[in-house]
Design a protein around this ligand. Sequence first.
Ligand SMILES: [Zn+2]
Length: 470
Amino acid sequence: MLEIIHHGGATGVTGSCHQLLLNRHESLLVDCGLFQGEDAAEDSFEQLQIEFDISTVKALIITHVHIDHVGRLPYLLAAGFTGPIICSIPTAKLLPLVIEDALKIGFTRNAQLIERFQAQLEKQIVSVPYGKWHSISDVSDHNGASAGTTRVKLKRAGHILGSSYVEVSYQDAKTGEKERIVFSGDLGAPYAPLLPAPKSPYGCDQLVLESTYGNRQHPDRRQRRATLKAAVEQALANGGTVMVPAFSIGRTQELLYELETIIHQARSSRWQSLEIIVDSPLADRFTKVYRELKPYWDKEAQGRLRSGRHPLNFANLYTVDSHAEHEQTVEYLAKTGRPAIVIAASGMCAGGRIMNYLKAMLGDERHQVLFVGYQGTGTPGRDIQQYGPQGGWVAIDGERFDIKAGVTTISGYSAHADQKDLLNFVKRMRRWPHTIHLVHGEQTARAALKSKLEVLYLTKGKQVNVLSSS
Ligand SMILES: [Zn+2]
């Protein structure tokens, strides 16, 4: 059995980075993510450094472009990694945008340096179509003789555009023994807007499985759209703004898609005239790339396009670009209470433009904060979610803000599979893995999923070893 080392993402939901050891001098890396929230250590610069030996890494495989899966990539390149960066075709389009942003925030503002980095990155990216095996150059032993062959295949994960889970097939040259390992990356929920649901692989020996919602069930899509509509209507009635902290990639576009649906179906003129503001140049850029990548949308979205609708580019949609415009928008909405929906990053309220909206509007009961994504422990987002409904407060930049605004959470837009979906991912394989590594989940989520998986295997009379770090 090949060994897998987790350089992050084993005990928390961020910093995903897994190394598959093919032998003593060859390995593959799956993702190279950034730690966020509570997972980030005090001295975060230390964590950014690639602290493990990368001389054995033959290739890096990127499952998707969320920062907790790709954020340490610049540090990997800086550490001297020159191998191929394997990803899906849409991911190859999105990745340079994400990395450019990550560089500006955490690395350097030096335009020349950023350009050099980007050129280097573009050189190393190898985009591969979904569902096709891609050979990694032969693994060799210390004498240079072939020791084994490695192939990887990406399959659609339904999490964000371009997201994949990874199948690795390894065959030892001497013994002829084969092993199949699947890395789930982040799996999407079925019925996610825009994306087809993930289909399980035929089977594998080892599975590295995410467990973000290992202890939760999502409401169904109709119910969550109704909750979204109700939250917005409440704010409309109050004459307030709905603040939606959202990741630039994935959730923002899903949300726009859902809002277009509600507006399309709504009869009231209030909905028809409601302004939807994306206050994030980055989210706007991603939305544009999402529009370009229409061939990767699901059937429902394709159908809407054919009927002349524009799910990601409709009449009520406005984008805020410059910082001055951003400040004006915050001030205007806080003062006038003109009904609007504002979508701004960061998704967990740990920085970004959403912070100025929160500071200006949390203390006013006309407004609403609408969470559509997972809030990591230790983030201001989690505090608002937890203490807001009881009339509590949150500390932002060392200052105390009372929460009078309404707080609503809709978990279905999280773009992560829930407990049932995760179990189905295993259940629907023809050949179940004998070893499952649970990663990318808090301890309680991993513990709940572990026991469910063990019961599942027991009822089928099968054996499994579920590994979960403590
Ligand atoms: Zn993700």
